[in-house]
Design a binder for this molecule. Structure first.
Ligand code: ADP
Ligand code: MG
Length: 703
């Protein structure tokens, strides 16, 4: 029998939940807090003091010594600066642990070293963190001790967003306002709030920590920059959903427990397609909490791995030749009285509100396909999107047979009288049940797929924050809702007007619907014919942030100012250049200091053998041929190394962020690939005992 684990009891143990607040706060204070949580506004300082004290008491009872404002700067990860609750001793030398409302609400990290894209010069280093009351505080426990973490937004002195949370929360407010207008039009007078719900399925790789530590590329770049393929990859499909190995299972068990304690609803776990690749999915929740929780999932994955002598790789493409990792961002829109606007119901063809929402989403995604592509790009994701792997870089929507047919009827005749049914699934075995089939099969190659009552945005990279993708989704749909509401609120005949509008939007934007194979070359050509954008690289997508269309969208809904967008552009170009620079320098270092010397030693031993065999009077031709082949490849590697050094020195001398990013993409990256090709060829020739680091076979199959 298994050891008893009371999940209900440990769930949320480390979270300052609503229940704990209710228990610990005076009733009036509690009511004020929940009101602000639900409707926005500010807490009075007196109330904040009471909340802070209750929070601190709870934290200290659970072993906390410090607190931190936990925030999400433009590094893609989280940041924290710990302050203890220690205060000035009184005249008797006694000290009381304290935490004030002011400290809870506002922090001032001297954060001049975070990326700001020119928004702040270092001499104007002031940045503020502001408590996000809608995301619960929690305790982080590790070797540092127990730290009370307060989720916060991070802004500059002049109020510009320097993080991923602030724009996300602004976008949620925009979507709320516009979606409420839509539901009101359909007679819903009771909903007071509409929020996006998000569930992010997180993919990751696990490797042995000892082996990881022998790979400078994994340490510095998070991915292998060299490595010949193992004899076996993922071609047998035997890892996907395969039995979870004991060592991984024990890791997953601890990971779940840690996450449950943090109030993260870890739900699904399985082996993924590539060897050593796995997935974890939580249950969906309000977007900004889902974003925070996804950060916690990533952090916890890494932390628990190191306790198990393992290392968790969140990079989008840690290994060439097998699948990379992404994050499926499941997104829907729900009212506070329980209506999911993306629920088609039994008869979607008659569900006018659903059809209007769908038409608006088609319009939004088609109009802003470029922004959506941008929102899911990061440096690592360039190895997935558009690189013959899930999903393609071209944005399209998958609706499935049933809805696609409804759209087609609406476009052609203005009405959708018929509904394709799923029918019964017959197994052909009398003892197995027959099922009602879903009306639609799954499509695995679409970047934006309707999956029953939500859209699954599959482009986001595994290491990236889901903040940006959800901000963009909320923003573009808010805009479409707003434009629809502007028309419909003025209509004399609502039924007629909504009917016309659905037909108009669906007709105009049907080019964005694609139900076929998103990986095929035929789709690339077809998408081009349809005029859909196809941006191969993150670098190509950066400029979409500051097109007049984007500025108009984001400014209208107060999500980003033009200045904020420009600063983000700059940060992205810089991030790209810096990341590639680290990768290139790591390759140069590894090639110069360990790979080439190892091959040189190997050629020496071959040469000794050739001489010895020859002197012994035998035929040394084979040994000589091997020596000649290895030496030739070594020469190629040496030449490629010199070329890479040259390209890096050109790139580093460049001033302009955009030009520099492009130079890294078009020149440095090409030189990196050439060096890798030579080194990987050498790896297949050289004695394994001489090879200076663990190989793909060691990393992927011996966990
Ligand atoms: P699928 O198998 O289609 O990917 P799952 O049921 O496994 O669907 O769900 C995947 C993720 O989608 C989970 O995180 C789940 O909580 C989330 N999800 C399910 N329904 C919704 C919804 N209405 N809105 C947002 N996310 C959802
Ligand atoms: Mg899924």
């Amino acid at each position: 029998m298994g050891e008893l684990l009371n999940v209900e009891e440990i769930f949320g143990e480390k979270v300052f939940t609503i229940t704990k607040m209710r228990e610990r706060l005076p009733k009036k204070v509690f009511q004020e807090v929940t009101k602000v949580m639900e409707q926005g506004g500010e807490l009075s300082m007196a109330t904040a003091d009471i909340v802070a004290k209750a929070m601190k008491d709870w934290a200290v009872e659970n072993g906390a010594t410090h607190y931190t404002h936990w925030f999400q700067p433009l590094t893609g990860i989280t940041a924290e600066k710990h302050d203890s609750f220690v205060t000035h001793p009184d005249k008797d030398g006694r000290m009381l642990m304290e935490f004030s409302g002011k400290e809870l609400i506002k922090g001032e990290p001297d954060a001049s070293s975070f990326p700001s894209g020119g928004l702040r010069a270092t001499f104007e280093a002031r940045g503020y963190t502001a408590w996000d009351i809608t995301s619960p505080a929690f305790l982080k426990e590790d070797a540092t001790g127990v730290i009370l973490c307060i989720p916060t937004a991070f802004c500059s002195y002049t109020g510009e967003a320097l993080d991923t949370k602030t724009p996300l929360m602004r976008s949620m407010e925009a979507l709320n306002e516009q979606a409420l207008r839509i539901v009101r039009l359909f007679g819903n007078t009771t909903a007071t709030k509409v929020s996006p719900s998000v569930g992010a399925e997180q993919e990751y790789f696990i490797v042995d920590r000892e082996k990881y530590l022998q790979r400078p590329d994994l340490i510095f770049a998070g991915r292998t920059l060299f490595g010949a393929p193992a004899p076996k990859g993922q071609e047998m499909d035997d890892h996907y959903f395969g039995t979870i190995r004991e060592r991984i299972g024990s890791y997953m068990k601890d990971l779940n427990i840690e996450l449950w304690k943090l109030g993260v609803t870890a739900k699904t776990q399985h082996n993924e397609a590539a060897p050593a690749q796995h997935e974890l999915a939580p249950i969906y929740e309000t977007a900004n909490i889902a974003v925070d929780h996804n950060q916690l999932v990533m952090e916890t994955m890494k932390k628990v791995a190191s306790r198990h002598g393992l290392h968790c790789l969140l990079h989008e493409k840690p290994f060439a030749g097998v699948n990379g990792s992404g994050k499926h961002n499941n997104w829907s829109i729900c009212t506070d009285n329980g209506v999911n606007l993306l629920e088609p119901g039994e008869t979607p063809n008659e569900n006018i509100q659903f059809l209007l929402v769908l038409a608006c989403i088609m319009k939004a995604v088609d109009t802003h396909a470029d922004l959506l592509r941008q929102s899911a790009s990061d440096v690592g994701n360039d190895h997935r999107l558009g690189a013959n792997e899930a999903p393609p870089a071209i944005i399209s929507i998958f609706l499935g047979d049933q809805l696609e047919d409804v759209v087609k009827q609406l476009v052609e005749t203005g009405a959708a009288a018929n509904l394709k049914e799923g029918g019964k699934l017959q197994t052909g075995v009398s003892t197995l049940p027959d099922f009602e089939k879903d009306a639609t099969d799954r499509n695995r190659t679409s970047p934006f797929a309707f999956t029953g009552n939500k859209f699954e945005f599959r482009m986001v990279g595994s290491s990236d924050s889901i903040g940006s993708a959800n901000t963009t989704l909320n923003a573009i749909v808010a805009e479409a809702f707003c434009e629809a509401a502007d028309i419909l609120e003025k209509a004399d005949d609502f039924d007629m007007a909504v009917h016309d509008l659905i037909k108009e939007y669906m007709t105009k934007h049907q080019r964005i619907i694609f139900n076929g194979d998103g990986y095929s070359d035929a789709w690339v050509a077809e998408a081009e014919r349809r005029g859909l954008p196809n941006m191969q690289s993150m670098v190509d997508a950066v400029c979409t942030l500051t097109t007049p269309k984007a500025i108009k969208l984001f400014e209208k809904f107060h999500i980003f100012t033009k200045t904020e967008l420009e600063s983000r552009e700059e940060v992205l170009y810089e991030t790209y250049a810096k990341t590639l620079n680290i990768e290139a320098l790591t390759m140069i270092d590894m090639a110069t200091k360990s790979i080439i010397p190892a091959v040189v030693r190997y050629t020496k031993s071959l040469a000794d053998t050739v001489i010895a065999v020859h002197e012994a009077g035998a035929d040394s031709e084979v040994q000589y041929e091997i020596l000649a082949e290895v030496s030739a490849e070594l020469k190629a590697a040496k030449t490629a190394l010199a070329k890479l050094k040259e390209e890096v020195s050109v790139a580093t001398s460049m001033e302009n962020g955009k030009d520099k990013a492009y130079y890294y993409k078009d020149h440095v990256k090409v030189a990196m690939e050439a060096l890798r090709a030579s080194v990987d060829a050498l790896e297949t020739m050289v004695d394994k005992k001489e090879w200076p680091m663990p190989t793909y076979a060691d990393l992927l199959f011996e966990v």
